[in-house]
Design a protein. Structure first.
Length: 298
C-alpha cells in the first residue's frame, strides 16, 4: 500500500471511530482546522519529541535510537537533531552521547533563557542553544521515567509518567505538581497548564502552583494513548494519540474532538505558531512529518 493510500485508509478509520464512540456526535460538524503534509524528514532514530524554538524557528528533535535496547534504557545512544524552519536538516547529531556527558533515551524538551532542557529517563540535562547562554544547574527530581517538558518562562517542568507527577524545577529547588496517573505530554497556554494521561486516556488542566487537583476535560472516550499536546493561538488544542494513530483537535471550549491527521505512531508533537507548522515525530517509522495548518473561515 503506498503512502497516500495508507493515509486515506487511516483517515477513514479515524472518522469512523469518531462517529461511533460515545460523547459528542460529530457528523455534519465541519473542521475548523485542516492539515496538509509539506515535508518529511527521514533518517532519524526513534524520534520522540519535536520542539520549536519560538525565537529562531529552529526545530529540535530528540532521538532515542532504540536499536540496541528499549525506550527507557540508559544505553548512551541518544542524540538531538536540529532542523531549519520547515524541516530541512541542519545537524543530524547536534548533540550526542559522550562518555563524560551521556545522553540515553531523550524525550521531551523545552527552552528557557537560551538553554534546551531535555528529559532523559531519570534526569534532566541542558544544552545552550546560543553562545551567550549557560546551562544552569537544576536540582532535579528523583525521576523514575521522566517524559515531557514545558516552560512558563520562569521555570521548567517535567512529567514523570511512572510516578504520576509533574515537577517544577527552578533555582529554589523542586515542587511537585499534582498530576494524573500516567501523565505524559505537558504544555502551557496563556498562563494555564495542560497535560495528557497515557494511562487514563484523558486531557487535564493542572495547577502549576501544585495546590489544586487535576481537572479532566471529560474526553477520555476519544483517546487510546494520548502522548503530546500543544495549543494554537485561538485556543484549539492539538493532541497526538500514539496508538490511536492520529492527531486530533479539541475545541477551545473543550467539548468537540475532531480528527486532524491520520499518521502512524505519532509521538510528542511540536508547534510553530508563527508559521502554522506542526511537526509530528513518527516513533517507529524513524521520521518527522511536517504539516501546514490552515484555519477555515466561518
Amino acid at each position: 500500500m503506498n503512502r497516500a493510500t495508507w493515509r486515506l485508509a487511516f483517515l477513514a478509520g479515524a472518522l469512523a471511530a469518531a462517529a461511533g464512540c460515545g460523547g459528542p456526535n460529530l457528523q455534519g460538524v465541519q473542521p475548523v482546522w485542516t492539515a496538509q503534509e509539506v515535508a518529511l524528514i527521514a533518517r532519524l532514530q526513534a524520534p520522540e519529541c519535536a520542539l520549536v524554538d519560538r525565537t529562531s524557528g529552529a526545530v529540535f528533535v530528540s532521538n532515542m535510537d532504540t536499536a540496541t535496547r528499549g525506550y527507557w534504557a540508559d544505553d548512551g545512544t541518544g542524540f538531538i537533531s536540529v532542523l531549519r524552519p520547515g524541516g530541512t536538516p541542519v545537524w543530524m547529531r547536534w548533540q550526542e552521547s559522550k562518555a563524560e556527558a551521556p545522553l540515553n533515551s531523550p524525550k521531551g524538551m523545552c527552552i528557557l533563557e537560551g538553554v534546551l532542557y531535555v528529559a532523559d529517563n531519570t534526569r534532566v540535562v541542558g544544552y545552550p542553544v546560543t553562545d551567550e547562554a549557560v546551562a544552569r544547574p537544576l536540582m532535579g527530581p528523583a525521576g523514575r521515567r521522566l517524559n515531557d517538558m514545558a516552560s512558563d518562562g520562569v521555570a521548567v517542568y517535567v512529567s514523570d509518567t511512572e510516578a504520576g507527577a509533574v515537577y517544577r524545577l527552578d533555582r529554589e529547588g523542586v515542587t511537585r505538581i499534582k498530576a494524573p496517573a500516567g501523565v505524559n505530554g505537558i504544555t502551557f497556554f496563556k498562563g494555564k497548564m495542560f497535560a495528557v494521561s497515557w494511562d487514563l486516556h484523558e486531557v487535564y488542566e493542572l495547577d502549576p502552583t501544585g495546590k489544586g487537583d487535576p481537572v479532566p476535560f471529560g474526553l477520555a472516550v476519544h483517546f487510546t494513548t494520548p502522548d503530546g499536546i500543544e495549543v494554537l493561538d485561538d485556543g484549539t488544542f492539538l493532541v497526538s494519540d500514539m496508538q490511536g494513530n492520529r492527531v486530533v483537535t479539541i475545541s477551545a471550549d473543550r467539548k468537540t474532538v475532531q480528527p486532524l491527521i491520520a499518521v502512524r505512531m505519532p509521538a510528542d508533537i511540536g508547534l510553530d505558531i508563527a508559521r502554522r507548522l506542526l511537526y509530528v515525530p513518527q516513533l517507529e517509522d524513524n521520521c518527522v512529518s511536517v504539516y501546514k495548518l490552515e484555519q477555515k473561515k466561518p
